[in-house]
Design a protein around this ligand. Structure first.
Ligand SMILES: Nc1ncnc2c1ncn2[C@@H]1O[C@H](COP(=O)(O)OP(=O)(O)OP(=O)(O)O)[C@@H](O)[C@H]1O
Ligand SMILES: [Mg+2]
Length: 1108
């Protein structure tokens, strides 16, 4: 985006007319045209903004633009209405200066739009918050309401404001809006009853008929058809681009936001409807006996409806249209009205009704938007008022309007000069007198209380006798004839006697903006603004709250015989108030100019603009602004802008800025008459000086730009080069790395390949050698095998040959024997046939039997007892034999599946049976018990860890046995361990070994034949263990212990067959004594096992419970 730091940058034409050189009307207009063609619709004259109506929407009022102009200095950016609004708002907020924004210009020049732009800008930049937003909204929404009732389509503007408006917006100390007051000036009420060709009545009439619902219209007794109403012109009822129906909704919505109650809105609409109805009332003459015509209402329907709407008694209003009562002191005279007077009365009533309604609306809006707090507020006034009007036919309204503009010009001159003067004093600049035209003399011509035109008009209106517009002109001709700004054909001033451009019924005033010719016709009437009292009284009697309020003078209790103030007087009064108000404020001017008459964009009509420039007094404005010094600028921005023009100030000036500017100006050799140093600003007398400075600056900027470009390009190239260089290094490094990596991988794979080839070659070589070796070995074996084979075959051949020989001998012998036998037994041959048959049958039966047996073979389980039944008795023996063979065979098959351990178990069981079967009564009960061997789990049980570790051989059996005490026959529990070479007795609790006997020392074992677990281990005499004697023990696993002892003892080294003695009486050697152990049958078994008792020194008796 283009960045501006000064109005002087990128200017199209000149942005400030003060700088226009040469200053002529032509150059002024050319500058406006130039800027207008480039969409620059705003141009300054100092702090005044000239605004050209673009007649199209330009993208310069966006929220971004608001931000751009927010808090920027006035001359910092291109001219814009926002710059003026910002300046005004900031000096109001920050310096507590009340502001007024005076917007003037001719109809359609864009005053109302400008005022709305100012208001919307202020609304956008001021504070926010719920309350503040509500106030803002109410202030902004007052516009559509007033526009609906006060604006109309005219030939010059489709939305022409037909009233002057001044709005005071009030702000609190923070700059937030808190309320406002609106004043309205001179509504063009004649429009209510009659509109010029191509124009419309006020918008609200059309909006109501187009936009109201059918129901509302029915209530208001209205018809949607415009043509039904005399007061509505038909030729331009519909305006392009104006949507009356939508606008009606907007207005209703706006009224609601502003705070109108529903019944108030209804009353307002009723009044509007009443005005329309009033226009439809027509009159007819009715002859009276005195020869005069008296008016009568023609068709009473509209009158009736209007009276119903407003709650007026129909007869009262009807009478008011036929009679007029004139009261003078105590007398009351009633005169009849003729038809034209009745029409005059009707129209007067309609105009009054509408204009009073409008004033009431303004008051009502003011009530809503007034500031709540009573404290002093900062005020910003916005004045949107008609500019100078110079038509072909100028009447009372133009006179009044132009008077208002004279007053505004006066204020402008006064305030501008005052401001200029104040600035000079502030800045310590010598004051040079400014030559300008002071229009006070014209104001005096109009408003002077003694002989001013307005005073004359009032005097004429009040004067008894016949008074007409002509008598008024005569009066002017006599009183004002001498005035240098008053011109009249009939005045004493002879110089206009021959001026044919000045008709007899007219007078001319030389306004500051140009000469205006006024036709006096209607001046008296319009100034009088008469409404017959009968009408106002009829209105007052209405049963309608609002109507009653609008016609207070109709109250019979307050009959005022004094004439109401004239329109001229009222206007002068309100203009006076307005001027006093404006004088207390800091003025800001927006001068609106209309570029063409066609309401079309992009057309600039020279003559039209020239005309406006003249009557807006814009040239005068520029001259006043330029009277002293054309241009001024604070030292800092000035130095900042031009410092490049001097070596001492470029690029930085260290000292005070004023000194910098002084050095700069001295260096540039600007003539000292051309400028003056103020306290904070430099004042430049002539725009030429400024432009020469600008010219030099432009040249210098170009050089600087070239320098910056040069440095920038150098920097850019250098940076680019360095970047390339750095990149090249990085790329090279990466490439080298990549190349090396690739080379390395190639070398690596080549090495692996060479290695693999070499290894392969070596391996193949070894393989070849090994194969060769193996082949050699195989060859030897093969040769040996072949040799053995050859030998074997030779031997076989020899044996076969021998066998064949022997066989041949046998065959020959058999044949010989056979021959011999056959010769001998030929005679018995037949007897042998029976035997042969028998043997054949037998063979067949045997075959069948064996095949059947093969099919029905019983199960392979060794304990399976089934066997097929015998088919023939003669096979009995063979059948039994085969059964036994089959059983042995399947037992063999079963055994062949046994593992070695299982085989050992069965061998043990077999051995046990060999030892004990049918010899000891305990044996049968042991058959079903598996021989577990290690009952104590000696290696796993931590209790026997010590004992287990003391054993250096594998423990084959571990069990708890009772060692029988030889003294009393009682048993003590001992752990009995059996290893490959020893048996060991150990203490059951401590695991301490009590005795360890090598198996070869064991001579024999004695047990009883009975069902008890006693057994004696007898040791060989003279062996190491025999010193303590034999062991008498008892165990629950006696059969297993003895079997194991026998098996282990049999394999123990140097140990012969271990004897097992089974008898019920045997001797046991205890130390020196031999004791006999005798087993006797005791009482039947009752749960206790066998018990042992010492009978005497030589006998131990074991009582075994009988099993029966
Ligand atoms: N800044 C603008 N941008 C676009 N269009 C504009 C602008 N100003 C004015 N106009 C157009 O010109 C028309 C007339 O403007 P506006 O009603 O403000 O004139 P006015 O000076 O108030 O006239 P009057 O004295 O008749 O009330 C507007 O309806 C609008 O179409
Ligand atoms: Mg307007």
């Amino acid at each position: 985006m283009e960045v501006k730091t000064s109005l002087l940058d990128n200017m199209i034409g000149v942005g400030d007319m003060v700088l226009l050189e040469p200053l002529t009307e032509d150059s002024f207009i050319e500058n406006l045209r130039n800027r207008f063609d480039h969409n620059e619709i705003y141009t300054y004259i100092g702090s005044v903004v000239i605004s050209m109506n673009p007649y199209r929407s330009l993208p310069i009022f966006t929220p971004e633009k608001v931000e751009e102009y927010r808090n920027r200095n006035f001359y910092e950016l291109s001219p814009h209405i926002y710059a003026l609004a910002d300046e005004a708002y900031r000096s109001l907020r920050d310096q507590d200066k009340d502001q007024c924004i005076l917007i003037t210009g001719e109809s359609g020049a864009g005053k109302t739009e400008a005022s709305k732009l100012v208001m919307s800008y202020v609304a956008a930049v001021c504070g926010k918050g719920q309350e503040v937003n509500k106030v803002k909204e109410q202030l902004l929404q007052s516009n559509p309401v007033l526009e609906a009732f006060g604006n109309a389509k005219t030939v010059r503007n489709d939305n022409s404001s037909r009233f002057g408006k001044y709005m005071d917006i009030e702000f609190d100390f923070k700059g937030d809006p808190v309320g406002g007051v609106i004043s309205n000036y001179l509504l063009e009420k004649s429009r209510v009853v009659k509109q010029p060709r191509g124009e419309r009545n006020f918008h609200i009439f059309y909006q109501l008929l187009s936009g109201a619902s059918d129901d509302t219209l029915r209530k208001l007794k209205l018809d949607r058809d415009f043509s039904k109403y005399n007061y509505l012109s038909l030729d331009s009822a519909n305006v392009n681009g104006l949507d009356d129906a939508a606008n009606f909704r907007t207005v209703r919505n706006a009224m609601q936001i502003v705070g109108f109650m529903e019944d108030e809105v209804q009353s307002v609409l009723e009044l509007v409807a009443a005005v329309l109805k009033l226009g439809n009332i027509e009159f007819k003459p009715e002859s009276r006996s005195n020869g005069y015509d008296e008016s009568r209402v023609k068709d009473k329907n509209d009158l009736k409806e209007m009276c119903e709407l407003l709650g007026i008694e129909q007869s009262v209003l009807e009478r008011a249209f036929s009679y007029r009562t004139v009261e003078a002191k105590l007398e009351k005279v009633s005169t009849t009205l003729n038809v034209s007077q009745a029409y005059y009365a009707r129209d007067a009533l309609a105009k009054n009704l509408y204009s009073r309604l409008f004033s009431w609306l303004v008051t009502r809006i003011n009530e809503s938007i007034k500031a709540q707090s009573k404290t002093r507020h900062k005020v910003m006034g916005v004045l949107d008022i008609y500019g100078f009007e110079i038509f072909e036919d100028n009447s009372f309204e133009q006179f009044i309007i132009n008077y208002c503009n004279e007053k505004l010009q006066q204020i402008f001159i006064e305030l501008t000069l005052r401001e200029e003067q104040e600035e000079y004093i502030r800045e310590d600049i010598e004051w040079t007198n400014i030559e300008y035209f002071n229009n006070a003399v014209i104001c005096d011509l109009i408003e002077n209380n003694q002989n001013g035109i307005l005073a004359m008009l009032d005097e004429e209106c009040l004067r008894p006798g016949t008074v007409t517009d002509i008598t008024f002109l005569d009066k002017l001709n006599t009183v004002c004839a001498e005035h240098q700004h008053f011109e009249s054909r009939l005045s004493k001033n002879s110089k206009f006697l021959t001026d044919h451009s000045l008709p007899h019924s007219c007078f001319r005033i030389q306004h500051y903006a140009g000469k205006v010719l006024y036709r006096v016709e209607g001046f008296m009437d319009k100034n009088n603004d008469l409404l017959y009292r009968d009408l106002s009284q009829a209105m007052y009697k209405a049963n309608h709250k609002l109507i009653k309020q609008l016609f207070p003078e109709g109250n019979p209790a307050k009959v005022n015989l004094k004439r109401p103030p004239t329109a001229g007087f009222q206007f002068k009064h309100s203009v006076g108030t307005l001027m006093r108000n404006l004088q207390t404020k800091n003025p800001n001017y927006i001068r609106c100019v209309k570029p063409n008459d066609k309401k079309a964009p992009r057309i600039f009509t020279d003559s039209l603009v020239r005309h406006q420039v003249a009557y807006l007094g814009l040239m005068e404005n520029v001259r006043v602004r330029r009277a002293g010094y054309a241009y001024r600028q604070a030292y800092e921005p000035c130095l900042e802008r031009y410092k490049m023009l001097c070596k001492q100030t470029w690029p930085h000036w260290k000292g005070p800025t004023r000194e910098g500017v002084e050095v700069l100006m001295a260096d540039l050799q600007v003539s000292t008459e051309e400028f003056a140093y103020g306290n904070s600003k430099i004042f430049i007398r002539n725009p030429r000086t400024l432009f020469s400075l600008e010219e030099k600056r432009r040249g210098c900027l170009e050089n600087l730009a070239a320098l910056i470009q040069k440095i920038y390009r150098g920097w850019k190239c250098r940076t680019h080069f360095l970047l390339l260089k750095r990149s090249q290094v990085v790329v090279a490094a990466w490439y080298r790395r990549y190349a090396q990596q690739k080379k390395y991988t190639q070398i690596k794979s080549a090495t692996i390949m060479v290695q693999s080839y070499s290894r392969g070659w070596k391996a193949r070589k070894i393989l070849r050698e090994l194969k060769h070796q193996k082949r050699c070995e195989e060859a030897a074996t093969t040769i040996a095998a072949y040799w053995h084979g050859t030998q074997a075959r030779r031997e076989l051949k020899r044996l076969k040959k021998e066998a064949r020989r022997r066989h041949a001998v046998a065959v020959i012998w058999a044949y010989w024997l056979g021959l011999k036998v056959r010769r001998e037994y030929r005679k018995f041959f037949r007897a042998n046939a029976g035997r042969k048959i028998y043997s054949f049958i037998m063979q067949r039966l045997m075959q069948k039997y064996f095949l059947g047996l093969k099919r029905d073979l019983p199960s392979m389980s060794p304990i399976g007892g089934s066997w097929p039944t015998r088919p023939y008795r003669f096979l009995d023996t063979a059948h039994t034999e085969l059964r036994s063979i089959f059983h042995h065979w399947r037992c063999k098959k079963y055994r062949s599946r046994f593992t070695d351990e299982r085989k050992a178990v069965f061998e043990e069981k077999l051995q046990a049976s060999e030892i004990f079967k049918d010899k000891k009564a305990l044996y049968p009960s042991s058959v079903g018990q598996p021989f577990r061997g290690d009952y104590l789990e000696i290696s796993k049980n931590p209790k026997y860890q010590k004992l287990s570790s003391a054993m250096d051989e594998k423990v084959l059996l571990a069990d708890v046995v009772n060692k029988i005490n030889r003294a009393n026959g009682k048993g003590t529990a001992r752990i009995f361990l059996l290893t490959k070479n020893n048996f060991v007795l150990a203490d059951q609790k401590t695991g301490q070994v009590k005795a360890s006997v090598p198996l070869p020392d064991l001579a024999s074992i004695s047990v009883s034949t009975q069902n008890d677990g006693f057994f004696a281990l007898k040791l060989k005499e003279g062996s190491a263990g025999a010193t303590k004697g034999d062991f008498l023990l008892s165990s629950e696993h006696l059969i297993e212990i003895i079997t194991k002892l026998r098996r282990t003892g049999a394999t123990a080294v140097n140990h012969d067959h271990l004897d097992i003695d089974i008898s019920d009486e045997f001797l046991v050697q205890f130390k020196q004594d031999k004791v006999c152990v005798k087993f006797v049958q005791g009482a039947p078994k009752n749960g206790n096992g066998a018990s042992c008792k010492r009978k005497n020194n030589r006998l131990l008796e074991v009582s075994v419970p009988s099993t029966a």
